[in-house]
Design a protein around this ligand. Structure first.
Ligand code: FAD
Length: 382
């Protein structure tokens, strides 16, 4: 076992850290307060290979491995979680699925634009009445005699929905087949029949724009199908496995930022004539924060390593996401507590880290769904 990173992985980490510290972190409070979409920074991340980290260079990406992806995501999330949400959707949910299941023409058309940061991608699975249970979706794609599909229906909570140029959409082509009746489509949001709803006001990751989208008689061509008809559910679940490594990395970045701020604060802040970091109750919290942070990072790197080996990594990704997201929630909670009144104040970023951390326990499969995935993998029971 080798715990060292390659030169390329460290170089990408450095690039991500530099952009995160110089450009992203300084504007994080502004983006959180205004909810303004950070288009300029997203373009910069794209120009530096961070919007298509695992995308081969032939399609405009950085051609790196999943471990490099984890390292870069952690840095960007430590700068600002909302930026890392946009980055994770572009990398994991958009590019990854097309690279695995797309035709050569789809890879050239859709992956390059997103990987180079020229356009924003989105992934549309959730609907107003179906989240964890994606097979209950109602969005319908009806095949016509000429081979095209007419799509009608709503999708909710679509990250980057307000700004996306292209979307990977999941729609029911054969409702009688249940999960096997779902098909994935490539959507161009400039085409007729595509509509965006209002941007959702949210607790955290406020600069990551989220909205409902609607399809009214949208016509998709036969070659807009991603993979084969009926393979959509399998594609979505595979893409979400990869996405969970990204969300685990995001959680680690948020938690690390809260942890580092806490280490600085406990040395500086005094009570009863001593630095608060000398109190054993504070020390116990620091030790537990560090253990959870390291455990989350190691489990996430393990999941990335298994993925990089080309092996099945569903269980490892669920374990990483569950551990990292619950660690982030706990660590940011303790960080607010250790900062006392200042932890609750908008003058410091602790309350933002706390609000941002919560989403990692919800999207791309809630903590309950991760536990279900892990227990099913471990027991073989359904
Ligand atoms: C900010 C944000 C961004 C998002 N971005 C996207 C996106 O880009 N694309 C997209 O498609 N979706 C997106 N989502 C949707 C997200 O993936 C869902 O919200 C999530 O999967 C949960 O679905 P739900 O909200 O419908 O909750 P529900 O599925 O209704 O779950 C409600 C509660 O019941 C629990 N529960 C459900 N089933 C079980 C079970 N079998 N056992 C135990 N407990 C269970 C859940 O864990 C949860 O606590 C986003 C959501 C948010 C909040």
């Amino acid at each position: 076992m080798d715990f060292s990173f390659t030169e390329e992985q460290l170089m990408l980490q450095d690039v991500a850290r530099r952009i995160a510290q110089e450009k992203i972190a300084p504007s994080a409070e502004h983006h959180d307060r205004t909810g303004e979409f950070p288009l300029e920074n997203i373009r910069l991340l794209g120009e530096n290979g961070l919007m298509g980290i695992e995308v081969p260079e032939a399609y405009g990406g950085a051609g790196m491995d999943p471990i490099a992806y984890v390292l870069a995501m952690v840095e960007v999330a430590a700068g600002d979680a909302a930026h890392s949400t946009i980055m994770s959707v572009n990398n994991s949910l958009f590019c990854n699925g097309i690279l695995t299941h797309g035709s050569e023409a789809q890879k050239q058309k859709y992956v390059r634009a997103i990987a180079e940061g020229e356009a924003i991608g989105a992934f549309a699975l959730t609907e107003p009445q179906s989240g964890s249970d994606a097979t209950a979706m109602r969005c319908r794609a009806v095949k016509q005699a000429d081979g095209t599909y007419v799509i009608n229906g709503k999708k909710s909570w679509i990250t980057s929905g307000p700004v996306a140029k292209y979307i990977v959409l999941f729609a029911m082509t054969d409702p009688e087949q249940g999960a096997r009746g779902i098909t994935a489509f490539m959507i161009d949001t400039d085409k007729a029949g595509f509509h965006r709803g209002k941007t959702e006001p949210k607790l955290g990751i406020r600069a990551s724009a989220t909205c409902e989208i609607e399809f009214q008689e949208y016509v998709a061509d036969a070659d807009d199908v991603l993979g084969k008809e009926g393979e959509g559910f399998k594609i979505a679940m595979g893409v979400l496995d990869a996405g969970r490594i990204g969300i685990a990395s995001q959680a680690i970045g948020i938690a690390r930022a809260a942890y580092e701020a806490t280490i600085a604060y406990v040395k500086d802040r005094k009570a009863f004539g001593a630095a608060i970091g000398t109190f054993q109750m504070t020390q116990a919290k620091i030790a537990d924060m560090k253990c959870k942070l390291d455990a989350a990072l190691l489990l996430t790197l393990r999941a990335a390593w298994v993925k990089g080996q080309g092996k099945r990594f569903s269980n490892e990704a669920a374990i990483a996401k569950l551990t990292a997201s619950e660690a982030a929630m706990w660590i940011t909670h303790q960080a607010v507590q250790i900062h006392g009144g200042m932890g609750y104040s908008k003058e410091m970023p602790l309350e933002r880290y706390f609000r941002d951390a919560k989403i990692t326990e919800i999207y791309e499969g809630t903590s309950e769904i991760q536990r279900l995935v892990i227990a099913r993998n471990e027991t073989g029971l359904r």
